[in-house]
Write a protein that binds this ligand. Structure first.
Ligand code: KG4
Ligand code: ZN
Length: 347
């Protein structure tokens, strides 16, 4: 089954072709970082205009690189949310037009859910149940993934998303945008034990809170009167974040009695987190799964991958109401979340 994936949720325009949910034939990502970096964050209007300008070229390149034609496709999967409304609309309208012209089923995909599914592209033998940590620019979700499309939400951020905290701290330190990769690269040059920033664990809760940590960085800088090392601050901030993420993910896996933690979203590209979580989880006999770097950040292959699982389920049970095949009334949902749809008591 050949699926075309389209993602324009934020500032990357991405189109991919994936065969049978596992084989990535093409995965084109056109980044807009150069446009937004001078503003220190994403400017929605500029993001939309750029998506509109290049979506057709990116789509053509994805098909060309995959050596397939529109007529070879079995369906089109497009991000319906969450994201910037204007940006989402460009992908949605492109997908609808193609679905209409080529008479293909159209699948609306939850971008956050797709970040988890990136792991099925990377690890073909990975099977649920597992605990998943979705850490992106706008979301921090700790989820029990019971089975395909059966989730229990264990915790979420109460304020800033973890990627947002990286971006805001980097902006405050004049390190540029996006902040995560810069802090990741700079941290090894600093001493991660130099400053003891808070570890916001929030007791036994699986929720997260990163805004206090961000404020602690601001307070530290103003207390030092110019006498500080940016590399030390980056390293200590990052250390605090990764310890919180690792501890909560490991505790969640223990509580849910699963031996696997599956990461997804841009922040899972963080090299220190990958190393630290792997080592800490191993001490508890828990295996960690991180997508390859290009599948951590936004990409359309993960959208097509989740589309494949939806198509498979559709063919099994055509009455399932969560599918809207060829539904041209499908709309974008900028505030979409991962829905909790699994309850232990009902099993
Ligand atoms: O998943 P993603 O590409 O887009 C969203 O869905 O939001 O995540 C983007 C976020 C940004 O906040 C960026 O700073 C962060 O992921 N990020 C990183 C790294 N690479 C990207 N954060 C920490 N370390 C990285 N290496
Ligand atoms: Zn994302």
């Amino acid at each position: 089954m050949l699926i075309l994936g389209i993602d324009t949720s934020c500032d990357d325009t991405s189109v991919a072709v994936v065969r049978n949910g596992t084989e990535v034939l093409s995965n084109i990502v056109s980044s807009q970082n150069v446009i937004h970096e001078k503003y220190g964050g994403i400017v929605p209007e500029l993001a939309c205009r750029k998506h509109l300008e290049i979506i057709n070229f990116v789509t053509e390149k994805a098909l060309k690189d995959a050596k397939v034609k529109f007529g070879d496709l079995d369906s089109i999967a497009v991000t319906r949310g969450p994201g910037l409304v204007g940006a989402l609309l460009i992908g949605m309208m492109t997908a609808k037009s193609l679905a209409y012209v080529y008479n293909l089923p159209l699948l609306g995909i939850n971008h956050l859910e797709a970040h988890i599914y990136a792991n099925f592209l990377e690890f073909s033998s990975l099977r649920p149940p597992f605990v998943s940590l979705v850490i992106s620019g706008g979301h921090t979700d700790l989820i029990y993934f019971h089975d395909f499309e059966q989730y229990k939400i264990l915790g979420r951020t109460r304020d800033d998303a973890v990627g947002e905290a990286f971006d805001k701290v980097a902006k405050f330190l004049n390190l540029g945008y996006p902040g995560g990769p810069v802090i990741d690269r700079l941290s090894p040059k600093g001493d991660a034990g130099k400053i003891r920033f808070p570890r916001p664990f929030l007791g036994k809760s699986f929720d997260f809170s990163f805004s206090g940590l961000k404020t602690a960085v601001v307070n530290y800088v103003s207390s030092q009167k110019g006498n500080y090392s940016v590399a030390d601050i980056a390293a200590c901030f990052q250390q605090s974040v990764i310890e919180v993420l690792a501890k909560k993910a490991i505790n969640a896996a223990k509580e849910m009695k699963v031996g696997k933690i599956v990461l997804g979203g841009g922040v899972s590209a963080n090299s220190a987190l990958r190393k630290y979580l792997k080592a800490e989880a191993a001490k508890n006999r828990i295996k960690t799964y991180f997508p390859g770097l290009s599948l951590c950040t936004d990409n359309a292959a993960m959208i097509a991958c989740l589309g494949y699982y939806k198509m498979k389920k559709y063919y099994k049970n055509k009455k399932d109401r969560c599918f809207s095949l060829s539904q041209l009334d499908l709309n974008v949902e900028p505030n979409l979340k991962i829905e909790e749809n699994f309850n232990f008591n009902e099993t």
